[in-house]
Each structure stands twice: as structure tokens, then as C-alpha cells.
Ligand binder design. Structure first.
Ligand SMILES: [Zn+2]
Ligand SMILES: [Zn+2]
Ligand SMILES: [Zn+2]
Length: 298
């Protein structure tokens, strides 16, 4: 929220004492008998805006610069300004900022999210998603690629016995190449999927009464993917991280949207649960045909 000068209505930066445009003092007594809103703490001063956190009318001396614009002193004291390591990329360097944010999100998510700007540029959030996906899938993908190469190398006899089956050498090659390509593409696919999922979640959150924009949902969704960092240990992330991330998303949605547990929970869980039924079927189908193909239709 940007407060505005009570005399000329020009927006001013919270913390200022006088208006930069007209030079008038920002602490102005209300006109006697008028219905002008007054500060919730200092009724002798006119309100220059409402606090985005608690909704209280605030005078110029109560508003402090905060991540959302101007925040009232009481709210700022309850939840002081915090900075996410990811938002300090220029200072820390991208990888260190990413690592510190992930560790914070895994060890003490509420502490890490406290007082941070709930909003961020779409590019900043997508960058975080991309790095999480690289961390989550790259090692596992490389190990899978190597395993498929090795395993397929041991089974030429199986395929050879089948009439009309494709040349086992080329099957090995294509499966290995396919896995390698998938490993490289995965972070891009994952980043695209995040946009779609965050969009769907945002619709649910909107229904739950959330008013902040899509970029806030996207940021919360991105930060919830911090658990993919454990994917640096092969295989672990693929199975554990999605559930961990889903749980964490309830926390990030609640914290960044400042909404209830119920609305945040619905926003985080409704879409995955629904799509899980669809994807689960698809995944089973792919595995069925993959094995059927690998064993030459046996
Ligand atoms: Zn003014
Ligand atoms: Zn407040
Ligand atoms: Zn005040």
C-alpha cells in the first residue's frame, strides 16, 4: 500500500515527515466534525492509509517502510522485516543464495518466511524453480541413464530370441539417449509445469478469499520446491520431495498470502490430489508399455 499526502494526495514513501510534493506536514489533525478516518493509535491525526497486514488506519508516524509498501508500527514489531537469501542474489551470488534459501526452507520455514516481501518478479521465482529442478533430478537422471545403459547391455539375449524385435543394440542406445535427453529437459518441463500448477492453485486460493496477485502464489509455489535440493542424493528427491514440497506449500501459501490454514491447505492440496489420480494412471500406463517394450512384448 502506498500512503498519500492528506493535503495534496500525492503518494509518499513511508517514514517521511513532510510531503515531497507540496511540502505540507503529513501529520494533520482531522477537520472537526468530519468523517475523515483517523489513526487507530493516534486519534488526533488523520489516517494516511491502511496497514496491509492488519487493515488498521495509520497516521504518517505509524507507517514504516515494509516489504508490502507501508506497514504499521505494531505489525512491523510483531513480524520484523526479513530478507530471503534468494532476494540477496546480487550480494551472495545465485548458487549460495539458492542454497541458503533451501536450507532455511527445510530447517525453519516459518522463520525464513517471516517478514519477507510476499511478492517477487515472475522471473525470480521461475529461476528458483529451475535450480530446484536441476538439483532434484540431475543426479538421479544421470544415475538412471547410466543404469539403463548398463542393464540393457546385459540383456541382448532376451530381445534377440524374439522374432521381429528391434535390434537390441539400438534399443539400448535409444533408451539411454532418451533418458539423457529427459534429464536435460526435465528442469525446463518442471519450470513450465510450475507455471501451470501455480495458476491452478491460484484459482483455488482466489476462491478461498485470497486477494494478492498471481506472482505471490508463484513465489510461494517456487519456495515450496526447496526440498528438491535433497535430490542431490540420487533417487531420494524423486520419491520424497514432491510430498515434502506439497506440505511446505501449505506453509508458504499461508505465510505469503496471509490467509488461513484452511484456504492455504485447499490451495496447496486440491489440484495435486485431483491431478494425482490422472497422472497416476498415466504413469502406470507408461511403465507398463516401457516394460512390455523392453521385454520384447513378452
Ligand atoms: Zn502533499
Ligand atoms: Zn498493521
Ligand atoms: Zn498513528
Amino acid at each position: 500500500m502506498t500512503p498519500s499526502c492528506p493535503s495534496c494526495q500525492t503518494p509518499f514513501v513511508p517514514g517521511a515527515q513532510t510531503c515531497g510534493a507540496c511540502g505540507a506536514a503529513l501529520l494533520v489533525a482531522p477537520t472537526p466534525g468530519s468523517a475523515e478516518p483517523v489513526c487507530a493509535v493516534h486519534p488526533q491525526w488523520r489516517s494516511v492509509g491502511t496497514c496491509p497486514r492488519c487493515g488498521a488506519f495509520a497516521c504518517a508516524s505509524c507507517l514504516r517502510p515494509g516489504p508490502e509498501g507501508g506497514v504499521c508500527a505494531a505489525c512491523l514489531e510483531r513480524e520484523p522485516l526479513g530478507l530471503l537469501p534468494w532476494d540477496k542474489r546480487e550480494e551472495l551470488g545465485t548458487l549460495k543464495a539458492f542454497w541458503k534459501t533451501c536450507v532455511g526452507m527445510l530447517m525453519q520455514p516459518t522463520q525464513t518466511l517471516r517478514g519477507i516481501n510476499p511478492d517477487a518478479a515472475v522471473g525470480s521465482s521461475l529461476g528458483f524453480v529451475f535450480l530446484s529442478a536441476v538439483a532434484g533430478f540431475l543426479t538421479t537422471g544421470i544415475v538412471y541413464t547410466a543404469l539403463i545403459g548398463v542393464i540393457m547391455g546385459f540383456m541382448p539375449e532376451v530381445a534377440e530370441a524374439t522374432e521381429g524385435a528391434p535390434d537390441p543394440q539400438s534399443v539400448t542406445l535409444w533408451m539411454t539417449v532418451g533418458m539423457g535427453v529427459w534429464t536435460v529437459l526435465m528442469p525446463f518441463v518442471s519450470t513450465g509445469m510450475t507455471l501451470v500448477h501455480a495458476g491452478l492453485d491460484h484459482l483455488i486460493l482466489r476462491m478461498g478469499g485470497v486477494e494478492k496477485g498471481f506472482s505471490v502464489t508463484l513465489r510461494a509455489h517456487a519456495l515450496s520446491q526447496a526440498p528438491y535440493i535433497v535430490g542431490l542424493i540420487p533417487f531420494v528427491a524423486v520419491y520424497a520431495a514432491p510430498f515434502w514440497a506439497m506440505g511446505l506449500r501449505v506453509v508458504t501459501y499461508r505465510s505469503l498470502h496471509r490467509t488461513s490454514w484452511g484456504a492455504a491447505g485447499a490451495g496447496a492440496l486440491v489440484v495435486p490430489v485431483l491431478s494425482c489420480c490422472l497422472c497416476g494412471g498415466g504413469y502406470a500406463g507408461i511403465m507398463y508399455f516401457a516394460f512390455k517394450g523392453a521385454y520384447g512384448g513378452g
